[in-house]
Design a protein around this ligand. Structure first.
Ligand code: FUC
Length: 823
């Protein structure tokens, strides 16, 4: 683990060191009222420690999370030894169109569900305020990652500043009063379930608990219970709060801290769990969470507030300031976000809100996914529920992947390392899954994973195979392994980390593919989580060779073939994959002009279904593009038109990316606006339509699911720069509404960093920084040349998908910034 991390840091040094820090605009989400609900509270995080701040004057609520606090323990690798014997009968049933029989048998090939991500607890600050609250505001400044609540009572101004520091691994809260000694409050801690709470002789308030070893939701519908009992071996956790004040008197009860007569108070919050890796029992082989929390707290308390704050801002801005975006020279209207969202929904322009929402996705990724940690889950790191929706786990048929689409493009490549590390863990468990469930080589990942790197088909014998038995997680996740190479151009990483895992995923695919009517198909196959209407009058979920399966496998094989050329290795394997790729069941165009999703051109049970899995080849894949073949691009366009512009949050976000890849900036922009709809639904799981945002700009599935935030940011990046076809396209899908603008710091494959200005739909000026050297190619509808100083420039006019493009290409030197010449 340590070696792997060190390796990652070293290969990343090149990218980080050459990043040019830019001036950044100040982006603030601010409100005139405290949060009434969790979805109105404001998120902060340092990758590991998260908090939701309600900003309530009298009884402040700060809900905490620690990224590694999950139920359960290491996975059982062979929970269903009977599984392999059902595979052949499933295939036979599918080939005979006995779909109901195939579904019945597939349920026998399922295993345990995943564990759940858990809340850490709450901090409650009860402040004595003798009078009415006036001048109230609360804000989250995403340019420095600090949240502030301010209000006045009886002429005294009170403020609370809070941030979660990555360099010091604590949450810091500064409470201040404008009048000397006017602060009087108690600090309490709480958890929804059983816990132990006490104040130490040194006046640290401590809350400790233990997560249950199994979520056993299906077998035990009763609430989960935390216990301090030694024979329950779930994960231990604790958080500690210390108060420091230059002038106030700090005392305590058995279970709370009391502050009296203070002008300023700093609260330090540290937390730790006993999580010691995906394959270690979190109790008996767990880390000493008490020692970790105490040591972390002691180190932080040696520093004063100013030192902690400046270290935090410096660390955060090192990432955040790499990208700046300016649309139509927008300035923020002097209105709270909820009012701006309401105006926006009525059609008012608010380009600053559009910039802010783009940057908010980057803020959330920096705050929930740091090297050395685990990946951002369905809610990043923010969850207050014991039973969160979908267990707040890692869902791998779109959601986990979407969380990371923005990372490389928006200059946060390091933040994808937790995903890469998790893929390595899933590859280990997934090797057992491929062997134990199917008797196959390579590694397999199904629809869900968790901190324990679970990879088996979930559902426990009762799950609907349309999600539970989806089996192509390893080839899809391998795309992230390869994309990390494409963006960094780091051949050492490709050779040592990515390639062996990609190859093993391909070995699973080779075993998984079967021949039918002269072509290679997958069986069983699903098109996540959609349902078709079979001409024989039944509804089906399982099929043969869904378009998505074929596209995912095409993607992996193509990436491996390319990688073998880059590395000069494995020629025979590449030859084999080329042969297999040419025999994959081909994509088809249906009677409506749509891209066929299923084995045949069947109707959908729900034509507006949120998943658009068969458009994978357009995005995040690179098989389909208007620049390659108009025919398939037009078919996906038709498919998207039929699916419509609504959806869950992540579905709308995916559609932004689709339309950007179809080079239709205006349509992508329509979807971006749709996603910025204030949702009314706070807690119900809505599956059809209804996506949007909450007042805190968290994406609404509904309920809150963070992939929509990340996917939207990636979508804006796709509108501005694309490079999936290797050549860089600048402003490929610029909406007409963004008449003029400037963007700095987006990254293109090959490790090129871009700064550019545009006006009336056309590039006016630009620079490309070559971070590692190498050939840089541009594909533009008008001539754009990199000024490398060479006298002769290679520029060619090429016809791509029926349109003329100017292709220019030149060799660049590492670390050099080149101006673009625009004709
Ligand atoms: C998939 C999606 C749902 C939801 C869940 C977490 O099952 O179909 O919409 O996002 O993951």
């Amino acid at each position: 683990m340590v070696t792997a991390k060190m390796f990652f840091c070293s290969f990343f040094f090149v990218a980080c060191a050459s990043a040019v820090f830019s001036q950044q605009k100040e982006y603030r989400l601010w409100y005139k009222q405290p949060a009434k609900d969790w979805n109105e509270a404001l998120p902060i995080g340092n990758g590991r420690l998260g908090a939701m701040i309600f900003g309530r004057p009298g009884t402040e609520l700060i809900q905490l999370n620690e990224q590694t606090l999950w139920t359960g323990g290491p996975v059982e690798l062979n929970p269903n030894p009977e599984s392999p014997k059902y595979l052949q009968p499933v295939r036979e049933a599918l080939f005979k169109d006995s779909i109901a029989q195939a579904i019945r048998l597939l349920r026998k090939m399922q295993g345990p569900d995943t564990e759940m991500y858990q809340p850490l607890g709450d901090i409650i600050i009860n402040q004595q305020l003798n009078g009415d609250v006036t001048n109230y505001t609360r804000e989250l400044n995403i340019t420095n990652a600090v949240a502030i609540t301010k209000f006045t009572v009886n002429g005294v101004n009170y403020s609370r500043e809070i941030f979660s520091s990555a360099p010091d691994q604590v949450i810091v809260i500064k409470l201040r009063a404008s009048k000397a000694k006017a602060l009087n409050f108690t600090v309490d801690a709480h958890h929804e379930l059983q816990y132990l709470k006490f104040v130490t002789p040194l006046k640290s308030l401590v809350l400790k608990g233990k997560a249950r070893i199994t979520n056993d939701e299906r077998r035990n519908p009763k609430p989960l219970l935390y216990t301090d009992n030694a024979d329950c071996d779930g994960m231990r956790f604790q958080f500690r709060i210390d108060a420091v004040s230059p002038d106030g008197v700090i005392s305590n009860t058995d279970s709370s801290i009391i502050v009296a007569g203070a002008t300023e108070v700093i609260l330090y919050v540290s937390a730790a769990t006993s999580f010691n890796g995906y394959d270690k029992c979190p109790d008996k082989d767990g880390k000493d969470e008490q020692m970790l929390a105490i040591l972390g707290q002691m180190a932080a308390m040696k520093k004063n507030y100013t030192q902690l704050l400046s270290a935090h801002i410096k660390d955060y801005q090192k990432y955040f300031n790499r990208v700046s975006l300016s649309l139509n020279n927008a300035v923020a209207p002097n209105l709270p976000i909820n009012e701006r969202l309401a105006n926006y929904q009525k059609g008012a322009p608010d380009f600053e809100l559009e910039e802010l929402f783009f940057q908010f996705g980057r803020y959330l990724l920096i705050s929930s996914s740091r090297p050395g940690g685990v990946p951002a889950n369905l809610q990043g790191i923010w969850n207050h529920l014991i039973r969160p929706s979908w267990r707040s786990n890692y869902t791998t048929n779109i959601n986990l992947q979407m969380n990371y689409w923005l990372a490389e493009q928006t200059n946060l490549g390091e933040m994808s390392l937790p995903l890469i590390e998790h893929i390595r863990r899933m590859a280990k468990n997934g090797t057992s899954t491929a062997k134990n469930y199917y008797n196959m080589k390579g590694w397999a990942v199904h629809h869900n994973s968790d901190i324990w790197a679970q990879t088996n088909p979930v559902g426990e014998g009762n799950g609907d195979p349309k999600w539970a038995n989806w089996s192509l997680g390893s080839p899809w996740l391998s795309q992230h392994l390869y994309e990390h190479y494409r963006f960094t151009a780091d051949k050492k990483y490709l050779k040592e980390i990515a390639y062996p895992l990609m190859k093993a995923a391909a070995e699973f695919c080779l075993d998984w593919l079967v021949e039918k009517d002269g072509v290679l198909v997958t069986a069983p196959s699903t098109s996540p989580e959609n349902v078709y209407l079979h001409p024989n009058g039944f509804k089906g979920t399982v099929t043969i060779a869904s378009a998505m399966d074929m596209e995912i496998i095409w993607d992996l094989f193509t990436n491996i073939i390319e990688a073998t050329e880059v590395l000069g290795i494995d020629k025979d394997f590449a030859t084999l994959l080329k042969e297999k790729r040419s025999r994959l069941n081909p994509l088809k165009i249906g009677k409506k002009g749509n891209l066929v999703e299923w084995y045949d051109d069947w109707e959908d049970d729900e034509p507006h279904h949120r998943h658009v899995s068969h458009a994978f080849g357009l995005h995040p894949g690179r098989q389909i593009s208007p620049l390659i073949d108009k025919k398939y691009a037009d078919a996906v366009t038709k498919t998207l038109e039929i699916r419509g512009d609504d959806g869950t949050g992540w579905s709308i976000a995916w559609k932004i990316n689709f339309w950007a890849r179809l080079l239709d900036g205006d349509h992508a922009y329509t979807l971006y606006r749709n996603l910025l709809r204030l949702t009314k639904e706070y807690s119900t799981e809505v599956y059809t339509g209804g996506g949007g945002v909450y007042p805190n700009l968290f994406d609404a599935h509904p309920p809150f699911q963070i992939d929509g935030n990340f996917g939207a940011t990636a979508g804006v990046a796709e509108m501005l720069v694309q490079s999936q076809l290797n050549e860089i396209q600048l402003l490929p899908a610029l909406p007409a509404a963004w008449k003029e603008g400037h963007v700095k710091g987006l990254v293109a494959r090959g490790n090129f960093e871009i700064e550019m200005w545009w006006k009336d739909g056309k590039l006016t000026k630009g620079f490309i920084t070559s971070r590692v050297g190498g050939r840089c190619s541009l594909m533009m509808p008008y001539p754009v040349i990199i000024k490398t100083g060479r006298k002769t420039v290679d520029i060619a006019v090429v016809k791509q998908g029926g349109t003329e493009y100017f292709l220019s290409s030149d060799t660049t030197q590492k670390g050099k910034r080149y101006e673009l010449s625009v004709k």
